[in-house]
Write a protein that binds this ligand. Structure first.
Ligand code: DGP
Length: 115
């Protein structure tokens, strides 16, 4: 039996709504439902990759594409003063949705190091 769809796969499939800011054949970007900054957008691959820990060598171009989309959205959102990208991986990394995603956060000064 195949595992249940993740919440992000359900967004990709149009089963639940999201505030989408970008879509192409291999990626989707939408506002985080629980924003931690005035701009907080998630950029995800449509391919079902659980996390960075499961990336394959052949996913290199896909990851490059996702970061190109991050750059485009950062520009569109006016994040000229800088921004933070975060990819949480696994339990210790604080990942709660097992579908690889890049957090893009900006429009406020963000602290470092994270908790
Ligand atoms: P992480 O902890 O790195 O796995 O981040 C998961 C993020 O996903 C978290 O910031 C909240 C967001 N999120 C969870 N469920 C939904 C949802 O149904 N819609 C949207 N837009 N974001 C969601």
């Amino acid at each position: 039996m195949s595992p249940p769809k993740t919440i992000f796969k359900r967004i990709i499939d149009g089963e639940i709504p999201a505030k989408i800011v970008h879509e192409d054949e291999i990626s989707l970007a939408f506002h985080d439902v629980s924003p931690q900054a005035p701009v907080h957008i998630l950029v995800i691959p449509k391919k079902e990759i659980r996390s960075i820990a499961e990336l394959q060598t052949e996913d290199a171009a896909l990851m490059g594409h996702l970061f190109a989309i991050v750059r485009k959205i950062a520009e569109e959102q006016g994040l000229t003063n800088g921004f933070r990208t975060v990819i949480n991986t696994g339990v210790d990394g604080g990942q709660t949705v097992p579908h690889l995603h890049i957090h893009l956060m900006g429009k406020r000064a963000l602290g470092w190091p994270p908790g």
